[in-house]
Design a protein around this ligand. Structure first.
Ligand code: TNX
Length: 598
């Protein structure tokens, strides 16, 4: 088997088999520095590095190694701060700032084994440690921070707790990779000296998880939120409903979740979030300065609602459940008043449960609804959203509908533009950029990728990185761009390890496009900075694609820890069907039969 392992770090530059991905989730809680996984030989290894390749980066980060790239970095060469066992974390009286100090301590305690008490900012003894300070500053904005690292201590300043939180994520990345270990590691915990001044390019930086095609339980979603926060992403879009499952309890229409949630693609059991589950997700996200954007996809992608309430179907008859991967065949009846009662009840309950400002109404691929009826439906639904006090978001197919105050379109096209979308922007809409051929995390990295789609092309790390959200869509100026989002559709993604495998390393690329000033954009530099994150993901037990584009380090950064036992897991099901099916999908009367169980 052609394989290149990398000393104690054991980063095999090899595509993991699907079963290996599934096992990674099991390892997450136990692994310190992962042993080489058992390698399948079903996939080719990437080309070996040649002497002409750039050198692998040093195991210890330098100040400029942060992902996403900070706005300004001023290293002071040869100067380090060393975190010692008696270090404290100092913070002022503000409760939210204290919460960030507590989170930073909690991040640093497992690997260091140090107590790292959170103490009052005015306390002098012991000297050193990490200080978090809220300052009056217009320059830093709502999410920016300033970081100073000297031999005497580390200081994070920000105008808001969110800024302190993002500064703390930078501190985490400046420590050796072993800081991600869940158990103590013998390491010299240095941070490189100098200062960083940083703030985001775009206010909206997100990822989407499709919990409808396959259901992911609360712990999985919380872990995804942690991944977002690491890379300064601040929105989690949850695609809560689709043909294969309705995933959120609605008191006024209880069968939606009870009946509509009891299945998923393939023969899995599905599931749904109770109101308390959802509150827990939203609260966990808020603590990490992540806003949850709930999506109820309307009027199409509603088969799961129809099996629960046949009265919403155009023919008034509840169809059988659907567990396949076609799209575009289902819709709620736009001509029925009952439909709008349903929409108002559902959106009202979701809005009441959601602290963030956004309510996403989907709007994609309603191929069976005539354009005039579709526009009227969207306009009425936009008014219902406004009545809940939220701002409406929809896939860019809602563009033809009349403008609604503040509305946001999510661009998922693969072309460079669309006059209808540009016109909606002229009329006042803003855009979230999720171009299918760059930002879709369900696309395969390469032909051999064991899961994912390819209808929008193959998306390797470079392709996910090499585009400019500020200048991507013809006729849409940068000031109409709210930000970026990387959607993960889950027709073929069945477990947390597969989610992580599709997220990493592309999620950090999208995060950098959302956060970093355009002037920092540089593939070669990004690739080298990203390389240092491989050992972090290994230490944290995060599954990822060992992309051959990235010069993963070959030097061990830290002593290896004992091997963890890896229990065997079943092979996940084969990849699901492709999106092109949408173009030839059947009519509602020809809804495909449920997929036979494997
Ligand atoms: C298109 S993008 C969809 C989803 C599929 C996805 C698969 C969009 C708004 N709709 O329903 O899951 O393609 O890549």
């Amino acid at each position: 088997m052609d394989e290149r392992t990398t000393g104690q770090l054991d980063l095999p530059v090899h595509e993991p088999a699907a079963a290996e991905l599934a096992r990674a989730a099991t390892r997450a809680a136990e692994v310190v520095l992962a042993p080489a996984p058992e390698l399948g030989d079903d996939l080719p290894a990437p080309p070996a590095r040649t002497p002409d390749d750039p050198p692998a980066p040093a195991a210890r980060p330098s100040l400029g190694d942060v992902v996403p790239a900070p706005e300004r970095v001023a290293p002071v060469p040869g100067v380090d701060f060393v975190l010692t066992p008696d270090a404290v974390i100092r913070v002022g009286a503000d409760d939210a700032a204290r919460a960030v100090a507590g989170q930073l301590a909690a991040l640093l305690r497992p690997a260091t084994g140090y107590p790292l008490p959170v103490t009052d900012a005015t306390r002098r003894e012991p000297a050193g440690g990490i200080t978090l300070v809220l300052v009056d500053s217009d320059d830093l904005g709502a999410e920016g921070y300033r970081l100073d690292v000297t031999p005497d201590g580390v200081r994070i300043e920000a105008a808001t707790p969110a800024g302190l939180f993002f500064g703390a994520q930078t501190v985490r990345q400046l420590l050796p990779a072993a800081i991600e270990s869940p158990t103590p590691v013998a390491e010299r915990w240095t941070l490189p000296g100098g200062s960083i001044t940083d703030r985001p390019r775009f206010p909206y930086r997100g990822a989407m998880l499709d919990v409808a095609r396959h259901f992911f339980g609360v712990p999985d979603v919380l872990r995804v939120i942690d991944h977002l926060a690491r890379y300064k992403l601040n929105h989690l879009h949850l695609h809560l409903t689709d043909d294969q499952g309705w995933r959120i309890a609605v008191d006024s229409w209880p069968r939606l979740a009870e009946v509509g949630g009891a299945g998923e693609v393939g023969d899995g059991p599905g599931g749904h979030y109770s109101r308390d589950d959802y509150r827990r997700i939203v609260a966990y996200a808020a603590e990490r300065h992540v806003t949850v954007v709930p999506e109820i996809d309307l009027p199409g992608h509603t088969h799961a609602a129809l099996i629960a309430y046949g009265e919403l179907a155009p023919d008034g008859v509840a169809p059988p459940p659907y567990t396949g991967t076609e799209v575009g065949f289902s819709y709620v009846d736009p001509a029925s008043e009952r439909t709008y009662e349903f929409v108002a009840d559902v959106l009202g309950e979701i809005a009441a449960l959601t602290p963030g400002p956004w309510l996403h109404i989907g709007g994609d691929e309603a191929f069976k609804v005539r354009p005039d009826a579709y526009a009227a439906f969207v306009e009425r639904t936009q008014r219902i959203v406004a009545g809940t006090g939220k701002t409406v978001v929809g896939w860019h197919q809602i563009a033809p509908a009349a403008h609604a105050e503040g509305r946001v379109l999510q661009w998922w096209g693969t072309e460079v533009g669309d006059p209808v979308t540009a016109d909606a922007v002229q009329r006042g809409a803003r855009l979230i950029l999720s171009p299918g051929n760059h930002a879709y995390l369900d696309m395969k990295y390469a032909l051999e990728t064991p899961i994912g789609h390819d209808w929008a092309g193959l998306i390797d790390v470079r392709r996910s990185y090499d585009w400019d959200p500020g200048a991507h869509v013809t006729g849409v100026p940068a000031d109409a761009v709210l930000g970026v989002e990387a959607p993960l559709w889950t027709e073929s993604v069945t477990c947390l390890a597969e989610v992580e495998f599709m997220l990493f390393p592309r999620l950090p690329a999208i995060a950098e496009l959302g956060w970093s000033p355009r002037a920092t954009h540089d593939w070669a530099g990004f690739r080298d900075r990203l390389a240092g994150h491989g050992p972090r993901w290994v230490a944290a037990g995060v599954a990822f694609h060992r992309s051959p584009e990235i010069p993963w380090p070959t030097e061990p950064p830290a002593p290896a820890a004992p091997k963890a036992a890896i229990p065997a897991q079943p092979e996940p099901p084969a990849p699901a069907g492709s999106h092109e099916a949408a173009l030839t999908r059947p009519g509602p009367e020809e809804v495909p039969a449920p997929a036979p169980s494997a």
